[in-house]
Ligand binder design. Structure first.
Ligand SMILES: *Cc1c(COP(=O)(O)O)cnc(C)c1O
Length: 389
């Protein structure tokens, strides 16, 4: 492929999906650096810095781990390192990703009690408390922090506070569209296993999962009987203590993660505020065109919206991509055709948010729905939004 083709591909693409996301220019530069070997002093220094830096994002004193896998691999790693066949697992299933984790636990021969939460709703901690009291001997509770298929944010802090009272129960959290985009302090919120994903809130390409275990969880790792090889965290613990990863390090992504962590560090809490502001913007302006909210418990990391009556959201997102080169997501399963999902993670400018709204209005018109806005007036109002506090 000619370099010119690469440049053409890179031009004007705006990924506003809930992962993958737009990359920060500094991250792109890091990704383009020449290869270095993972057994070099240069890389050793990067790995050390990254593993340390992650502790801050995770809000933990424990060690953090990096695996060359997608987020689902990280979910599996959390599970297999603390699970034994026959263990009772309470899986909170509020959408596609909750369903996936429950399936995974079944695959590893857990006795899975699935607590179904209607799509678009957050789990009620009182229900979980009741289940933990009624069902004896639950070893693990599984929950998404943000269920990406519905855009719902679950009350992780409340769940952690009640699950921690059970000495033999661990709380595993899939924070793939939360960790890095909103506060999710693992130690303080009593989370026993937490996983993040590179192409979501960590603003990188796909291919890394990031995880950590609490002290309480680490006590179970040795006695856990699930078969495991690639995801056996004991190998990683040992290798990390020697300043290495057990398998070949994902040099390119880890080097880019080093850049992301520095950006995060530099921005501090204002990163969370920025993401929350994008969510607020979306929730303020999209309804003016006829979109309506899909959930009463939205996550700042993405917004799920019902499309106006008579509009098919799959068609809408395809047209948006073809004409405007903006990628958002539609709905899956029962929400297919009914909702759009707009991601707020990654490198997103105010201009890109504004363009999205105007492109949505344009696409609605193409599909025969009048968004009942005046574009010029609408754009002016949107610009004003960013100027107000
Ligand atoms: C994207 C996502 C996953 C799966 O991540 P992959 O990288 O596609 O394996 C899991 N959980 C949640 C909440 C997600 O958003």
């Amino acid at each position: 492929m000619q370099p010119s083709d690469l440049n053409k591909q890179a031009a004007n693409y705006n990924v506003l999906a809930p992962g993958p996301v737009n990359l920060h220019p500094d991250v792109q530069k890091a990704l383009a650096l020449p290869m270095i070997h993972h057994r070099t002093p240069e890389f050793d220094a990067i790995l050390k810095r990254v593993l340390n830096g992650l502790k801050k994002v995770f809000g933990t004193k424990q060690n953090c781990f990096l695996l060359s896998s997608t987020g689902s691999g990280g979910m599996e790693a959390l599970l297999v390192n603390v699970l034994s066949p026959g263990d009772r697992v309470l899986a909170i299933d509020s959408g596609k990703f909750g369903e996936r984790w429950a399936e995974m636990a079944k695959t590893y021969q857990a006795q899975v009690l699935v607590h179904k939460v209607p799509w678009g709703q957050a789990v009620n901690p009182a229900d979980i408390e009741m289940l933990l009291q009624r069902e004896k001997g639950i070893k693990l509770v599984l929950c998404q922090a943000c269920e990406t298929s519905t855009g719902v944010l679950h009350p992780i802090r409340e769940l952690g506070a009640l699950i921690t009272k059970y000495n033999d129960t661990l709380f595993l959290v899939d924070g793939i569209t939360a960790l890095g985009a909103l506060p999710l302090p693992m130690d303080e919120w009593k989370i026993d296993g937490l996983v993040g994903g590179s192409q979501k809130a960590f603003m990188l390409p796909t291919g890394l999962s990031l995880l950590s275990f609490s002290e309480k969880a680490l006590r179970v790792v040795n006695s856990a009987q699930s078969p495991r090889f690639y995801f056996d965290i004991r190998k990683e613990i040992k290798a990390n203590s020697n300043g290495e990863t057990f398998f070949s390090s994902n040099v390119t992504l880890i080097r880019a993660l080093d850049v992301v962590l520095r950006l995060m560090e530099g921005q501090g809490d204002s990163l969370y505020q920025e993401i929350a502001k994008r969510a607020q913007f979306t929730r303020e302006y999209a309804p003016r065109m006829g979109f309506s909210k899909y959930t009463e418990s939205p996550s700042p990391s993405l917004t799920a919206l019902r499309v106006p009556d008579g509009i098919d959201s799959s068609q809408l997102r395809t047209k948006l991509e073809e004409k405007h080169r903006i990628t958002i997501m539609g709905g899956q399963d029962q929400a297919k055709g009914k909702i759009i999902r707009i991601g707020h993670m990654g490198h997103i400018t105010q201009e890109q948010m504004l363009q999205l709204m105007l492109a949505l209005a344009d696409t609605l018109r193409e599909l025969g729905h009048d968004p009942k806005i005046d574009d010029v007036h609408f754009a002016r109002s949107m610009k004003e939004f960013w100027e107000t506090e």
